[in-house]
Design a protein around this ligand. Sequence first.
Ligand code: THU
Length: 122
Amino acid sequence: MTGRELVERAEAAAARAYAPYSNYFVGASLLLKDGSLVDGVNVENAAYPLGVCAERTAIAKAASEGVRPGEIEAIGITASPCGGCRQWLYEFRIDRVTFRNSEGEIVSYTPAELLPDTWELD
Ligand code: THU
């Protein structure tokens, strides 16, 4: 599955976002190394800071099913990932991160490119 196809899947998933406060609908689709796909959307809350980004929803769904760092091949996102999500992408060692940049072009990076000199616990 190409990065473009993954972004298109994320764009379809974004229609299911729960974003009544921002009306900014985000989708994220994971391609696992076993070939399976996991979608996520942003899920907002009336207590605004409690909302969850689409990328984190998708990764938390996968992790809840037992997926661990190194087992996710790629993620497609409808927009550039926020700083906090970049740390999550790095944690799960996703090989390839693809999204539409502000010009609408499909671009791909590694998590380390998106978050250079990353903090690590050890
Ligand atoms: N959002 C995401 O889902 N992912 C990001 O990487 C950036 C922001 C969501 C959070 C909130 O529901 C909405 O976009 C507006 O900030």
